[in-house]
Design a protein around this ligand. Structure first.
Ligand code: CTP
Ligand code: MG
Length: 223
């Protein structure tokens, strides 16, 4: 395969607050990283897991338990640093997907939609969802105007890229540390970003409430 799939799992999980790096926190009897990798088994791509520095061997053991073959590299201080570390390890891949380990329940269809859009010629692909809350601006505690949510989309992962485009975006980004996803760096080059349908199940486990939701979705269902 000429496609690489980078799974970034090097974050600290401050908001989850478990006292361990988030990807190594357990939900429904397995680590978040194991759930994420199980969901990617069988995807036609070379897997690169980006783990917290010093936890590479643990990440390898988790990959084995999840039944996937993955190379593991150490991440950095920001998400963008971790993506850059993964990107340095994808070799001569022509297409690269970048995925948050924290989106551990991402349905396979979402991954496939991204791969299909790349195959159809897109240079950058992002799964998106409509925004369901009513959104307002706020300044110094004062509420401002309503933002028309019909014009807004929430960005998910995996995001897919032509490898050369993603490499250029990372080489040229003036302040990549400020980015929360990869498509914005690519868009800054003037490259069109194509949207495909995301999924509610691709939510990012960020807070304790998210972890509870993931646990109940992963729990065995009564017959
Ligand atoms: N990530 C990473 N390296 C970092 C920061 C984040 O690989 N230095 C990864 C996380 O492991 C996660 C994804 O990027 O899979 C999305 O980041 P986020 O949800 O913010 O995770 P954390 O940074 O771990 O959480 P927090 O911001 O609450 O500390
Ligand atoms: Mg973070």
């Amino acid at each position: 395969t000429d496609t690489a799939l980078i799974v970034v799992a090097a974050g600290s999980g401050t908001r989850l607050g478990r006292g361990v790096p988030k990807a190594f926190a357990e939900v429904a009897g397995a680590t978040i990283l194991e759930h994420a990798l199980r969901g990617l088994a069988g995807v036609d791509a070379r897997l690169v897991v980006v783990a917290p520095d010093g936890l590479e061997a643990d990440a390898s053991a988790i990959a084995e338990r999840a039944g996937v073959v993955a190379s593991v590299v150490a991440g950095g201080a920001t998400r963008a640093d971790s993506v850059a570390a993964g990107l340095a390890a994808v070799g001569d891949a022509r297409r690269v997907l970048v995925h948050d380990a924290a989106r551990a329940l991402t349905p396979r269809e979402v991954v496939q939609r991204v791969i299909d859009a790349l195959a159809a010629g897109a240079a950058a692909v992002v799964p998106v969802l409509p925004v369901i809350d009513t959104i307002r601006e706020a300044h110094d505690g004062e509420l401002g105007g309503i933002v028309d949510r019909s014009r807004l989309r929430a960005m998910q992962t995996p995001q897919g890229f032509d490898a050369a485009v993603l490499r250029r975006a990372y080489a040229e980004a003036p302040d990549r540390a400020a980015s929360t996803d990869d498509a914005q760096l690519v868009q800054a080059l003037g490259v069109d970003v194509v949207a495909v349908a995301g999924a509610e199940l691709a939510f990012k486990i960020t807070t304790p409430a998210d972890a509870e939701r993931a646990a109940s979705l992963l729990a065995p269902q009564p017959a």
